[in-house]
Design a protein around this ligand. Structure first.
Ligand code: ADP
Ligand SMILES: Cc1ncc(COP(=O)(O)OP(=O)(O)O)c(N)n1
Length: 274
């Protein structure tokens, strides 16, 4: 029996490879876990934005899930773009069947480009169906705002939202990501008992497409290896920091991060920063 650890992502696509399933699989590979993927929506997008979205038929998503679970059981699961209520219901059914598998919920709602990746009506359902199943949820500021129903502009407000997402919405733990605030890049982690700040310098770059996907994919990979949630989140922060620092300057808009950036630690980046 193989000892290899296995991570599954259930998400949409990015043909330019910076976000979605493509980013998740690259990250799984870099973290040395075997990556599997179930596709929810095919998205025509690039570094400038989203052109079009095609949702896969529900039956076909179900067949993909059946293909995976009837053959190769993952050690951890991540969900990204789940656009419709029907998809959420289907996926939550599988998650409930395997409560022993750690689950990282990246509640993807809107891309950095401003394009909507989830039907508005599904925003309520994600709260009810998916958040309570999450081992760790990783909302960015605007997603956390939708989850708690008020604006979040300060670290204290991030902390209050983190506590509420665990205590009232039922996630086991949460990271409220501060990528869209100013100053240091501070994420707030709440484990149900204690609040932690994960901070890094802020890089002044437009190349942050897919940061959230990549961050949550690292967390999933580390959970698949049996790491604690805190260790997984710390690793996610270290990895995404290097991925942004050594971003590849690709595309005409908000380019992707560098999924092998952590291997370049200590070297100067494209902007001459060490
Ligand atoms: N310019 C930046 N410099 C350093 N870290 C960043 C920057 N932008 C985002 N991050 C980090 O990347 C991760 C993803 O955050 P965020 O961009 O808020 O998520 P999303 O991509 O879901 O909007 C977080 O750990 C955040 O702190
Ligand atoms: C298919 C797909 N899933 C998720 C996203 C959003 O990715 P995220 O990591 O939040 O980064 P931005 O795109 O918002 O920079 C996506 N774009 N596509």
């Amino acid at each position: 029996m193989s000892n290899v650890k296995i991570a599954l992502t259930i998400a949409g696509t990015d043909p330019t490879g910076g976000a979605g399933i493509q980013a998740d699989l690259k990250t799984f590979q870099e973290r040395e876990v075997y990556g599997m993927s179930v596709l929810t929506s095919a998205v025509a997008q690039n570094t400038l934005g989203v052109l079009d979205i095609h949702h896969l038929p529900l039956d076909f998503i179900n067949q993909q899930l059946e293909s995976v679970f009837s053959d190769i059981k993952p050690n951890a699961i991540k969900t990204g773009m789940i656009a419709t209520i029907e998809m959420m219901e289907l996926i939550s059914h599988y998650l409930r069947e395997y409560p022993e598998i750690p689950y990282c919920l990246d509640p993807v709602m809107v891309a950095t480009s401003g394009d909507v990746l989830m039907e508005e009506i599904s925003q309520t359902i994600i709260k009810e169906q998916l958040v309570p199943l999450a081992t760790v949820a990783t909302p960015n500021l605007s997603e956390a705002e939708i989850l708690v129903g008020r604006s979040i502009r300060t670290i204290e407000e991030m902390e209050r939202a983190a506590i509420e997402i665990v205590a009232e919405l039922g996630a086991k733990t949460v990271v409220v990501k501060g990528g869209h605030l100013d100053g240091e890049a501070i994420d707030v982690f709440y484990d149900g008992n204690q609040l932690y700040h994960l901070s890094s310098e802020r890089f002044h770059t437009v190349h942050t497409h897919g940061t959230g996907c990549t961050f949550s994919a690292v967390i999933t990979a580390e959970l698949a290896k049996g790491k604690s949630i805190f260790e997984a989140v710390e690793q996610g922060k270290a990895y995404i920091t290097d991925a942004i620092k050594y971003s590849l300057e690709l595309g005409k808009g908000n380019g992707p991060t560098n999924h092998w950036g952590y291997r370049l630690q200590g070297l100067p980046n494209e902007r001459g920063e060490k």
